[in-house]
Design a protein around this ligand. Structure first.
Ligand SMILES: [Zn+2]
Ligand SMILES: [Zn+2]
Length: 361
């Protein structure tokens, strides 16, 4: 068993003042108090964690021990998170180092363990990313077993020595200097084990199909991760549930290239439109818009349609811009009359266009 991060439990930095600790504890204790959350196992677990954190951090001696040694009981107690990772130092045998940890064979209560986070990927269309959407989602997550309240133990059965760790509460991993201990999962580090709960086969949790609806904000970008709080795996022994993370993939729209909230579009125009100017229709994520091409427009120039890009998430009234990149398409002349006109045009407008391009600075 490792000592929990009490600062994290109270949502405080390690240099928090006594006043900060008092305030944070009061706020969280009110939130998770069993009287205000009747029958809510999760709140009960959180209340216990918060109370434990306050017990340690509001006591100057315990807090100093915890800060210095990772254990409110001080350096002689080897169960702390900063200790006992390696055997073989200080001359004592590996077993000696664990006398404090195993508590002389006395069964201990294992602490609460928060549930794991879950990941899920969804793919949405470009249009849904533009407008935002609500997406129903079926997920399989674990829920605390009702038969045993998450302990994994049969309510009707007496405890005996855990067969996996032979009563020690921990298992050894690796070898030599790098030998380390890990808490025995079978008995939760207590060394004693009751017969498994028949409803969950001792796991303390059961898989459950869950239907949730996620709100995807308009303007969401490919690769965005949304967090759905508390919808991960259930915790153990009163630990809170993990979170569900939704990874969003947005299908591209072949007409647009997206950079943040701005959209880029290639816009081919004719020779005549480029030379004389024109009004042409361009697609946007909504209905098409008209864009004005000024006379003498060159290939590669970008024309901007302000506010016609993607919405900016969390700023629903703001939008990026749409840029149209001009590509002047040179006409391929088939008939004699067109060629004649073009020759004539060329003779009238025979300025030296290369001179400026190559002029040395
Ligand atoms: Zn059970
Ligand atoms: Zn065990």
């Amino acid at each position: 068993m490792s000592v929990p991060d009490y600062y994290k439990t109270l949502g405080l930095p390690r240099n928090a003042s006594d006043e900060d600790i008092k305030k944070a504890y009061r706020k969280l204790a009110r939130k998770y108090h069993p009287d205000l959350n009747p029958g809510n196992k999760e709140a009960e677990g959180r209340f216990k964690e918060v109370s434990e954190a306050n017990d340690v951090l509001s006591d100057p001696e315990k807090r100093q021990n915890y800060d210095q040694f990772g254990d409110p009981n001080g350096p002689t107690h080897q169960g702390g998170s900063g200790f006992g990772g390696f055997g073989g130092f200080g001359g004592g045998s590996f077993e000696d180092l664990f006398q404090g940890f195993t508590g002389g064979g006395r069964p201990r209560r294992a602490g609460p363990k928060p549930g794991e986070d879950l990941q899920h990927t969804v793919r949405i269309s470009f249009q849904d990313a533009f407008r935002g959407t609500k997406l129903p989602l079926n997920i399989t997550r674990t829920e605390t077993c009702r038969g045993c309240q998450g302990s994994g133990e049969s309510p009707a059965g007496s405890r005996s020595t855990c067969g996996v760790c032979h009563g020690r509460g921990y298992l050894e991993q690796g070898g030599g200097f790098f030998r380390s201990k890990v808490e025995c999962d079978a008995c939760g580090g207590t060394g004693r084990k009751a017969p498994a709960c028949p409803e969950c086969q001792g796991r303390g949790r059961n898989p459950k199909r869950d239907s949730i609806t996620i709100a995807i904000p308009s303007g969401v970008e490919d690769g965005t991760r949304l967090r759905v709080s508390g919808k991960g795996e259930s915790g153990r022994r009163g630990g809170g549930p993990g979170d569900l993370y939704i990874q969003i993939q947005v299908e591209p729209d072949p007409r647009f290239e997206r950079k943040g909230p701005n959209l880029y579009l290639k816009l081919p125009i004719t020779f005549a439109e480029a030379a004389l100017g024109a009004k042409v229709e361009v697609p946007t994520p909504e209905e098409p818009a008209t864009i004005k091409i000024p006379p003498g427009t060159q290939s590669g120039s970008k024309l901007r349609l302000k506010g016609r890009g993607m919405p900016i998430p969390k700023h629903a009234d703001q939008r990026g811009d749409l840029f149209a990149e001009i590509q002047v398409v040179t006409p391929i002349l088939q008939d004699e009359r067109s060629k004649e006109l073009m020759r004539e045009l060329g003779e009238i407008n025979d300025g030296n266009i290369r001179e400026n391009a190559w002029r040395q600075a």
